[in-house]
Design a protein around this ligand. Sequence first.
Ligand code: GTP
Ligand code: MG
Length: 252
Amino acid sequence: MPNMCYLVGTAGSGKTILTSSLQTYLITKGASLTTVNLDPAVKHIPYQADVDIRDYIDYDQLIDEHNLGPNGAMIAAVDLVADHINDLRDDIEELGESSSLVLVDTPGQMELFAYRRSGTEITSSFPLDTSFIAFLFDSTLVSHIGGFLSVSLLATSVQLRLNLPIAHVITKIDLLKPHQVEDVLAWRENPYDAIEEDLIGMTREFSLQVGQIIEGLGQIPLIPVSALSGEGLELLSAQISRVFEAGEDWSI
Ligand SMILES: Nc1nc2c(ncn2[C@@H]2O[C@H](COP(=O)(O)OP(=O)(O)OP(=O)(O)O)[C@@H](O)[C@H]2O)c(=O)[nH]1
Ligand SMILES: [Mg+2]
């Protein structure tokens, strides 16, 4: 069975560009990869998708035929994925057999993959012990303690829903100053000082309780990356490689 890595995160968090950069990076390290696009609405993807949901679902046709708006069409498209689970699984298995890793770029609206039936139908088509979520923390959202706590809760909710091992990935770190990245990493160990400093009232009280959950996530890796500069890709691929205990052919 292929090793599956699902890139999941809020809209615009960097799933597609990271899929592309990881693909390039890992191929230069000698990995054999399969890439999967599960976003039916995407117009352009900057990588060669070996398996593509758009081969099975025509998002624009859904809009025209059913007179749907973009969000309604997206829900319809993601629900239709359920009818093509076997096709997708066959495609992935066929290509994944000769690959050390299958990278899965999930749809823009994270909740459609994580909370509608088709998402779990896809993830449960593959064994749990060869599947892994890279949950993307958009650095523009998490450079403030309130944003960091809320995205951490979201990641935890997705983990509970999909029931898979997870790593947290801070994306677009080229947009942050180095000390901001350090702050975010430090909040994982101790979110309380920043909560006391930056938040007030009921939000502060609630955040202090959320902080206890965040502290409990200590064993989940938190990896800063920039798909643009390439910083952190080595750490991320080492983490993926550790999860799957991949062969020496591409582990670094
Ligand atoms: N500066 C910077 N921008 C990035 C990086 N990664 C992604 N972006 C930008 O963030 C925006 C969203 O990137 P995508 O990769 O399309 O994000 P996505 O999560 O696939 O987006 P949806 O599929 O629409 O949810 C684009 O404008 C990218 O150029 C990065 O490492 N650094
Ligand atoms: Mg995308």
